[in-house]
Structure formats: structure tokens, C-alpha cells
Design a protein. Sequence first.
Length: 233
Amino acid sequence: MIIYGKQVCLHALEQHEDKIKTVYVAQKGAKAKGSLPKALFHKYHDKIKFLEEKWAQSMSKGGNHQGLLIEMEDFQQSTFAQLKKNNFILILDTLTDVGNIGAIVRSAYALGVESIIATGVKQLNFAAIARSSSGALLNMPFMIVPNILDTLNELKQLNFSFYGAVMDGVNVQEITFDKKRVLVMGSEGKGLSGKVTAKLDYTVSIEMQHAFDSLNVSAAAAILIHRMNDATQ
């Protein structure tokens, strides 16, 4: 897969050396060396190729590559056997916007979620999510499972408690969370379906200080994740 932009590329170069195939620098002369810290420039010297701007623009599909692009191994999804060993799992149901997903992955990784399952979708653009998560996706166990009900049934057998974000749920500040816990976030447009809500142990919401419909799903996820780590039994 191709990723681009300085922040995500530097993260990949610093932490995922084994997955790097080619480093593309869209600069010339002295500016080329300035695209990478000196140590990384020398470390990856044999894998660096210099591109004309038009080719860099083509590879990034017109995105802001900031002079740096990387071809790396495709993102490898985790298996359910790996994910079920964790205590704090985040499920994203029918979310498709890679910007929102990336922002959630970034917050989830920073705030202590141990793995993420995307449901209600068949595939996602992992390169775009890696970019919008500033590289956090590369460190986060993540998998796609099309059917959320199957996933919830399997996790219930492993004694996980389910907490779903809904508008009229219990104030998240009033709940103490179980150690083995799953937070379920629905899409901004549709929220959680009735079938999913029926599987939940608890519904939670964020109390607003001013009359307003809701928060962006990535902002809501960050607040709920923080609280679920802060108030765990």
C-alpha cells in the first residue's frame, strides 16, 4: 500500500522498518535530504527513490504528500483469536468515512483501546485510515467482520460486557465499567440498529452542557473511551 504525508511516513519509518519497501522523495538536491531526518535518510538510503512532482501527485491521487511517500506491505488484519485475548475492544458498526475512522483509531490507540473491530462493511481503505490516524493504525490490532451480531455473540460467550453509545443512554459519568468491556459506536447517520441495541448490556451517552444534538462520532468515541478506562472495576 502507498502512504504519504510526513507525519505518517516518519512514524512508519521509525517503527515499522520490516514493512517498508520503497521510500519516495519528491524533492531534489538539498531539499531531498531535508525531507527526512539525517539518521533515517542514511538508514533507508538503499530504498530511497526520487520522484518528479507530477508522479508524486499521481501516486498520492492529488493529496498533500509533503514531499514524502512510502510503499509498504499491505496492512495485515488481526484474527479474532488474537483480539479476543484483550480486555477493551472497540466495535465500529457501519462506519465508512476513513477520516472519522482514522481519528477514532488515533484516539483509541492513545487512550488505551486494545483492539478494534469494524462491522457492517466488507472492506476499508487501510492506507487512507493509516494516514488519517497519523500512523496509529499500524500499531492497532484491527479487523473487519461484516456481521456485528455474530461478533457480539462470540464475545458474549467470552464474558464481555457491551456498552453502546446512544443519544438517550445513561450518563457515562455515572457508570463503572467491567474489566472485559466492549464499546460499540454506530454511524453518525443511523446510529445503532434495534438488533444491536437489544444485545447491549448498557447504553451510554455524554451529557451536554448546552442544548445541542450530538458530537462528531470521533469526538464522542474519545470521550467515552477515556471514561471507560478511568472508571473500570
